[in-house]
Design a protein around this ligand. Structure first.
Ligand code: FE2
Length: 117
């Protein structure tokens, strides 16, 4: 799979009042670089309920450490890894949408359908 596409991992179906654990990773099979010059800046997750026009934003995760320090680029040992886990209760079936921003290659998107049990 392409190294920029966000990969959504969660249950295919959930009860209306149940919390859904949603994991989003970038480049699950081919690792995306994580350097001061080239990295994933953030991941956002949205939910579009079935039959509705507009999605709801669930979360946004910003990745702030990419090896930069007062000494210059790639001089620290600290790098935020671009993988996140969050929880959501949707109450309805619909579509989870994840977007990720690479500072060089722009915005990427994927989606996953969620059914109600
Ligand atoms: Fe990239």
């Amino acid at each position: 799979m392409e190294k920029h596409v966000p990969v959504i991992e969660c249950a295919d179906a959930v009860k209306a009042d149940e919390l859904l654990e949603v994991k989003v990773t970038i480049g699950k099979e081919i690792a995306h670089p994580n350097t001061t010059e080239h990295h994933i800046s953030w991941v956002a997750v949205y939910f579009l309920p079935e039959g509705e026009k507009f999605p709801y934003q669930i979360a946004k995760y910003e990745f702030a450490a990419h090896g930069a320090s007062v000494q210059g680029p790639n001089t620290s040992t600290v790098y935020t890894h671009h993988a996140v886990t969050g929880w959501v209760k949707t109450g309805k079936p619909g579509t989870l949408i994840a977007t990720s921003l690479c500072n060089i290659h722009g915005l990427w998107q994927s989606s996953k359908e969620i059914k109600l049990k």
